[in-house]
Design a protein. Sequence first.
Length: 410
Amino acid sequence: MNTTTSKKSFRDDVAGLFSEGKLNRLKDLGHDFIESGNDEHSITDQEGKRYLDCVSSRGIFNLGRSNDVMKKALIEAVGLTDQGNFPMISIEKAALAEKIAGFVPGDLECTVFSVVRGESIDFACKLARGATGRKEFIALNGSWFGQTGFALSLSERDDAELYGPLIPEVSFIQPGDIAAAEKAITKKTAAVFLEPVQVEKGCRVLDQEYLKKIREICSRTGALLVIDETETGLGRCGEKFAFEKSGILPDILVIGESLGGGIFPIAATVFPQKLNKFMNAHPMIHLSTFGGSDIGCRVASAALAEYEKIKPWENTTRQGEPLLLELSVIMKQYQGVIEGLSGEGLLIALDLGTEKKALTFCRELATAGLLALPGDIAKHTVILRPGLLIDDTTRADIVRAVQEACIAMG
């Protein structure tokens, strides 16, 4: 493959290396180029065109692309250690587990490491069933938890029939419907799974009173509350974690791949000592070959220190609130294009009305120099996920690109 050729020859360059369907999908999105470089908030194609990255690998790049602090941490880690023996406890694993316990709220002080979100959710499912002795899981309509077995079963997917049957004893309730929650969550329920903002469902924000009620019902029935903060956590919604705004605490917290600062793949499932009793009795019930590698733990420790130092959740509020207002002005100017806005912090969904229009809008955004993706569930929406350290200039560039896309579609 020749990566120095023009964008026009993209399909020829990668023909046979990837599926035709994937290449067609990238063309539909306007993303049919080879990612050839990056800086803090953008990437460049093989012709040197710059694109603002509002995909952020679905929220991984909270600290921006190619963060210098994180790159230095990786280089130092490689010089000091290696993968490590995954069944054993190393200095690196212990240090990161201690840092996570101090970083998250409440009594969530026990950690199992993984590589990706889906693996973290799968372990949360095993822990919930094992600790409670119950089998039933409940998730919310509009959920999206990842690509692995349990995670697929808890997600709303229109392609489930292609690889079913899925995990049994999983049911869904409508967000905001307290009566449905009261009926569904019983003493047979092992756990309830939710995202404070359902990103793939058009950034649907769960009402804080509803979250409080779910917490109350779970506590009353003995069901565990599992909150997945993969796309919302570590500052994207204006707090360290989005659930903190409601004043509740989960029984199990999933922290996604942004834990590695966009430099190394690592995620975590965090839980209190009362659930650790099950792990004490079954210490080898869940192992991950690359989860919590010693290099990854050093990088994640540096990332948590950087999060604490710069507090990106403060900038999220500082930039997110005016960005939403500026996009609202554009929506009013181009009512035939953008039909609605939703989200929180630097996590914003634009409602284009139809899946076809959302794809077209993504192409026009790419032409204007911005990369974004449609929602995986609400396919008529386009999600903006910039890095959390954007400044006024970058925010203005996002607004400009959205306006140019609206003009092109108007």
